[in-house]
Design a binder for this molecule. Structure first.
Ligand SMILES: [Fe+2]
Length: 514
């Protein structure tokens, strides 16, 4: 089992012997690696490695004094660390919550590597990561998974335990990594008697300390740690990393001034950066954090990791699931913001790869809720039809667009058309909406609300309301998606099964049940 320190005892002894003594700084008290390790954003020549020192994770500053600590890191070709290929020393700075971000370069493309950290006498769990294929490579396949929405209080992260056992090149996490609301002493519906959270977790997050402790709570989960230690993640956020359904500088609460909300957002973004495997250019400045970026996997795929929260126009007609809102169609309304939108459209139009993945948050397919009139959700792309039309018009000219989505805690397989009212026209792209890891609790296979949506929206090919993730494989011409589901999350240890498998051909988009 990867990530278990016991396996590395021999290697650890060698490591301790080989390393020079640590500088004489006050050593952290107790095991500082309670939050595990992570890697992310794979490039052909490297990955980002992450950890954060927190011997007492449920305290502000993780139980450490206001001091910086040197942290040694190693990257090896083998899991016993006999063949170390890169190493160095990073600083866990108090100003950044004692987090460590190492941007490793000089690795070989398309290969597995193992990494770990050490500070004082403590050695971290080991993680496995994988570099991306060379930019000139013509890979036969890319294996990835799509996950999102892990409300700690709604259940156990069993899905992550299963994700850790999948053979993946990368995991796209599409937001709601944390939830901002109160967490009771025993972790809500987990009702975990071994957990005794301090009362501070009853406070909704808004300060930097509260956000740091919230990430620490999530990161102490062993199943989440296993998934991070097994595969590099490419993450983006959604709303709950800050506040439910916020839009740019607008809180969901109308009485909160933008200036106040931007302080809140700055705290949230800073904690996000501190707690995720992201490169230095992603580091926030005040309330601004440039998160959207592109990852390339040879000539097989580009992954556009998008941010539909930071730059969006406020939700139309006061937000909600509404019929007859004309404001949503007004010119100038945008969910991506002008800069990100131009960057994405230009990237798609000049694509030099077989597939373009849009790893993003909210549902792009039109989704009609109940009744004849059909209400639309103003928080999704239905509230921003201008940006959607621009992307789908481009996708109609460039084959191989796949939209990956989180947010709504349901599985959907959706065909994307330039005009959703004309089901007789061929799809131009497909969308895989992945369900939540836990949010919403145990869930149901068949959800009447979703079946009603399918009746009004024939491009919705499949729906399901259980927890889990979507496992995908891209080959040169075909996308294959397995909807992996769990029977329950309010009790630990659920098995996982494939509820449905869909395929789509690059040359003829459209999801077909396999
Ligand atoms: Fe969510």
């Amino acid at each position: 089992m990867l990530g278990r320190r016991g396996l590395f005892t021999a290697g650890s002894a060698a490591l301790v012997a080989a390393m020079t003594p640590m500088p004489a700084l006050a050593a952290p008290a107790g095991d500082p690696f309670t939050l595990g390790v992570a890697s992310g954003d794979p490039l052909p020549e490297g990955v980002v490695l992450w950890t954060r020192l927190a011997p007492r994770p449920f305290e502000p500053a993780g139980g450490l004094p206001k001091a910086d600590y040197p942290v040694k890191w190693q990257v090896a070709e083998d899991e016993r660390f006999a063949r170390v290929v890169k190493d160095g020393t990073a600083t866990a700075a108090a100003a950044y919550g004692h987090s460590v971000h190492v941007d490793v370069h000089g690795l070989r493309p398309g290969r597995d590597y193992f990494y770990r950290f050490r500070t004082d006498r403590h050695v971290s769990p080991a993680g496995r990561t994988r570099t991306a294929p060379a930019r000139t490579a013509k890979p036969e396949r890319l294996r990835f998974a799509v996950a999102s929405c892990q409300n700690y209080t709604d259940g156990w992260f069993t899905a992550h335990r299963h994700l850790a056992a999948e053979d993946l090149d990368v995991l796209f996490f599409l937001g709601d990594y944390i939830y901002e609301g109160a967490v009771s002493r025993h972790g809500g519906d987990r009702d975990d008697a071994s957990l005794r959270l301090p009362d501070t977790f009853e406070l909704a997050t808004d300060t930097l300390d509260l956000y740091r402790m919230r990430y620490a709570l999530y990161r102490t989960d062993p199943d989440l740690q296993a998934a991070h230690a097994a595969v590099p993640w490419a993450l983006t956020w959604d709303d709950h990393e800050v506040e439910d359904n916020y839009a740019a500088a607008a809180s969901r609460h109308d009485d909160v001034p933008a200036g106040d909300f931007l302080v809140h957002r700055a705290n949230a973004y800073r904690a996000y950066w501190e707690n995720q495997p992201l490169r230095r250019p992603r580091q926030p400045a005040g309330p601004d954090m440039p998160l959207h970026r592109k990852l390339r996997f040879g000539d097989l795929a580009d992954a556009y990791v998008l941010d539909t929260r930071q730059y969006r126009t406020d939700q139309a007609c006061g937000d909600g699931i509404l019929a007859g809102c004309r404001q949503r169609e007004e010119r100038g309304r945008t969910v991506l913001g002008p800069g990100q939108r131009a960057w994405l459209l230009n990237g798609l139009a000049t694509s030099q790869v077989r597939w373009n993945l849009l790893a993003q948050q909210v549902m792009m397919a039109e989704c009609r809720y109940g009744g004849e009139a059909g209400r639309l959700d103003m928080d999704k792309w239905d509230g921003y039809p201008g940006d959607r039309a621009a992307i789908l018009a481009t996708a109609a000219r460039v084959p191989g667009t796949v939209v990956l989505t989180g947010d709504i805690h349901f599985n959907y397989a959706a065909d994307l058309r330039t005009d959703f009212s004309r089901p007789e026209t061929p799809p131009v792209a497909v969308e895989l909406v992945g369900t939540s890891i836990t949010s919403g609790g145990d869930g149901l296979d068949v959800v009447p609300k979703l079946q009603q949506q399918q009746r009004h929206s024939p491009h919705l090919r499949f729906t399901n309301g259980q927890r889990g993730y979507v496992r995908c494989e891209l080959t040169r011409d075909t996308l294959r998606a397995d909807f992996r589901v769990l029977p329950h999350v309010t009790r630990p240890g659920a098995p996982i099964t494939t509820r449905a498998t869909f395929v789509s051909e690059r040359a003829r988009p459209g999801l077909v049940k396999a």
